[in-house]
Design a protein around this ligand. Structure first.
Ligand code: COI
Length: 377
């Protein structure tokens, strides 16, 4: 699939390729090294960004790599009033052969197009999505660390920019890609994290935007996330909006439950949760390792019962940023469930080792998941 995307590069609507305007004041090698030595998550940004405009009658036009900096935005832009925005998250890895690679970028491209459709934004062709990331990664290649554990997190986004206050889909939009060196999303991920069961707030309902990666979903989760942090938890767990009993997703992550017989259970993609790329990859890796994987509803009651009887052994969360993070406890106003394996489940660890090995290039990529951006210093 990624190869097909590249073959279509000459079909780019602009026909002229990317314009590159180099940053006249890039960070020094010492400054970049200091960031890569202690990147945190989402705190530092590279020297450049990609921008592509959308408007009628040109469609997508003027793809460019420009110095990272503020965007000129009309104060009447649709994104500022009606939240017409979507985004993606993926990582660039530097392998031992010096090549930069992405993990399954065609899946992010497809989800980006689906999110755009749901938010009534124009759909960016997949080859342009992937090419944009490649352009930025190559220009800012010095920001991609060689050590496993630090990658370059890439954040494509799309906003409605038409200046018009009527409530309808914007006819002008701006696509952008920024990049940020990233270490682990959770500082204490190795020990497992505690998550907070929100009974008051829900994330998504039937027919809503739960399956889209749009800023509004995250904005709506922030109050519940503050509640989680106030209770000493790293993330919030959302249940279904109707009964508040079925597990949906944890703010920015999908969830997996490991049963004593080796079965993995994960909530189904029924329109209210995000179709995670890591979720899909874990399902495939687990099946290949001989696990039965069920995509079905999993209730808080089953979680509580399983943990107390030993039928449930491990719980983990998946996401591009979180990779595979063990969940050690679920905490709520009326519930406290300790995961039997705590943060040290063997199934979780094996899946994490295999996945991160493929991503970092230390485990053979037998499924053609890694997309080569080329060799750059
Ligand atoms: C990701 O895992 O890429 C996410 O989008 C999660 C979060 C940082 C918003």
């Amino acid at each position: 699939m990624p190869e097909q995307l590249l073959e279509r590069q000459d079909e780019r609507p602009d026909g002229a390729g990317f314009r590159i305007a180099a940053n006249p004041a890039p960070r020094s090698a010492d400054e970049v090294a200091a960031v890569l030595g202690s990147p945190g998550f989402g705190e530092h940004f590279t020297d450049h960004m990609v921008l592509i405009d959308f408007g009628e009658p040109q469609g997508w036009h003027d793809p460019r790599v420009v110095p990272y900096g503020p965007l000129p935005l009309d104060p009447a832009s649709a994104v500022l009033h009606y939240g017409q925005e979507i985004f993606e998250g993926l990582k660039v890895y530097r392998h031992r052969d010096g090549h930069l690679r992405l993990f399954r970028p065609e899946m992010n491209a497809r989800r980006f197009a689906e999110s755009a459709a749901r938010l009534a934004l124009p759909q960016l062709p997949a080859h342009l999505f992937v090419e944009s990331i490649g352009q930025l990664a190559r220009v800012d290649a010095s920001w991609v660390a060689a050590e496993p554990g630090v990658s370059l997190y890439v954040r494509p986004f799309l906003i409605g920019t038409e200046a018009f206050l009527g409530v309808r889909a914007a006819r002008r939009a701006l696509f952008g890609v920024i990049a940020s060196p990233a270490g682990p999303y959770f500082a204490a991920a190795g020990q497992g994290i505690s998550i907070w069961l929100s009974r008051r707030y829900s994330r998504a309902g039937a027919g809503g935007t739960g399956a889209a990666k749009c800023g509004g979903n995250y904005a709506a989760s922030l109050l519940a996330q503050s509640e989680a942090q106030a209770h000493g938890c790293a993330q919030v767990l959302f249940t279904d909006a109707d009964t508040r009993t079925w597990v949906e997703e944890a703010g920015s992550m999908n969830l997996f439950f490991v049963l004593a017989d080796g079965t993995l259970v994960t909530p189904p993609l029924d329109g209210t949760i995000l179709a995670g790329v890591t979720r899909d990859s874990v399902i495939r890796l687990a099946r290949e390792r001989g696990h039965r994987v069920q995509e079905r509803r999993f209730g808080i009651a089953e979680w509580q019962h399983g943990a107390s009887t030993g039928e449930l052994t491990e719980v983990f969360a998946t996401g591009t940023a979180a990779v595979i993070t063990p969940i050690s406890r679920l905490v709520g106003e009326d519930v406290l469930i300790e995961t039997p394996a705590g943060g040290h489940g063997s199934v979780t660890a094996a899946l994490r080792d295999e996945l991160t090995g493929i991503q970092n290039g230390t485990v053979a990529d037998r499924r053609g998941w890694m997309f080569d951006l080329g060799g750059v210093c």
